[in-house]
Design a protein around this ligand. Structure first.
Ligand SMILES: *Cc1c(COP(=O)(O)O)cnc(C)c1O
Length: 315
């Protein structure tokens, strides 16, 4: 079981390997969000998303033997970029399993980091199976959200927020596989019960909302959302338990609200955010999350890796 101390250790381990991103006070968004808006700018993090925290924390703890064997991951997005980047910094061999129809710019970026790319199917379950084959051959599997070192690494975001603004009332976190919110909630609740941690899922991918209703971790039959960093189709049992125990509330946002929040981020806050990173702001703007005008609310801007054509079409 992981706790606050794992994120404190991760923070020390990661020093010099990642950036401490700014916590921005953004009054320009106060009236649309209905609270005092703070943005944790992980779009400015190395590799363009927070995923480098977990990936680097995991790779820095490998044994000499594991380092020789190399690593494998099955993500096609920000996690794969982060693992490839961290592996290249640490001179480790890395394999990334991608779908047969990859996003060409992501494929290019991952190859440019020196990763060996393997293709397997179009469903995430097919890619996971391929990654497990490589794991069986001795490679170290670095999972994007069901790995304790990864989760503890993501928790360092919570520590930085409280260090920068000890008076923060609420932290709002986009939820995909649930590793990010598990890490942040573990760190925050270890520090203080006064700070609320809220999760937001797209209504097109409500795996933890449905799991909390059912009382067990569910797999969705279908997911569809513009927020591609949160398209995971199932609730991980460990993260489900952490969310159930430590997260104060999980809320949903629709696609139009995500697009409106992205426009507000870019045009009003002047922050280049990707759709997945706007779920929190979307929940405050569309009132699926109730906040108070005096409340200091931190929205975690999880990444800024936009497809430029898609971004243009949304503005
Ligand atoms: C991975 C990711 C998320 C979701 O994180 P989980 O740990 O899967 O819940 C949100 N936003 C962005 C930009 C991501 O890359």
């Amino acid at each position: 079981m992981i706790g606050l101390s794992d994120s404190i250790e991760a923070q020390q381990r990661l020093r010099g390997h990642i950036l401490e991103t700014p916590l921005l006070r953004v009054p320009a968004l106060d009236s649309v969000a209905g609270c005092q808006v703070y943005l944790k700018a992980e779009n400015l993090q190395l590799t363009g998303s927070f995923k480098i925290r977990g990936a680097m924390n995991s790779l820095l703890q490998l044994t000499a033997e594991q380092r020789r064997a190399g690593v494998v991951t099955a993500s096609s997005g920000n996690h794969a970029k982060a693992v490839s980047w961290a592996a290249s910094k640490l001179s480790l061999d890395v394999h990334v399993v991608m779908p047969h129809n990859p996003n060409p710019s992501k494929l290019e970026a991952i190859r440019a980091l020196g990763a060996t790319v393997l293709f397997a199917g179009t469903a995430s379950s097919e890619r996971a199976a391929k990654a497990r084959e490589l794991q069986a051959m001795g490679k170290v599997l670095v999972h994007s959200h069901a790995d304790e070192a990864v989760i503890a690494g993501q928790g360092t975001i919570g520590l930085e927020i409280v260090e920068a603004c000890p008076q923060i009332d609420t932290i709002v976190v986009p939820v995909g596989g649930g590793g990010l919110i598990s890490g942040i909630a573990t760190a925050i609740k270890g520090l203080s019960n006064q700070i609320k941690v809220v999760g937001v899922e797209p209504s097109g991918a409500p795996r933890y909302t449905e799991s909390l209703k059912s009382g067990f971790p569910v797999t969705l039959g279908h997911v569809d959302t513009i927020a591609d960093g949160t398209r995971c189709d199932h609730a991980d049992p460990g993260n489900y338990r952490r969310i159930q125990e430590m997260v104060d509330e999980i809320t949903l946002v629709d696609e139009e609200s995500i697009k409106a929040a992205l426009r507000a981020c870019v045009l009003d806050a002047k922050i280049i955010a990707e759709p997945s990173s706007c779920l929190g702001l979307a929940s405050a703007m569309s009132k699926t999350l109730s906040v108070d005008t005096h409340e200091k609310v931190c929205f975690v801007i999880t990444g800024g890796n936009n497809d430029i054509q898609m971004l243009k079409s949304l503005l």
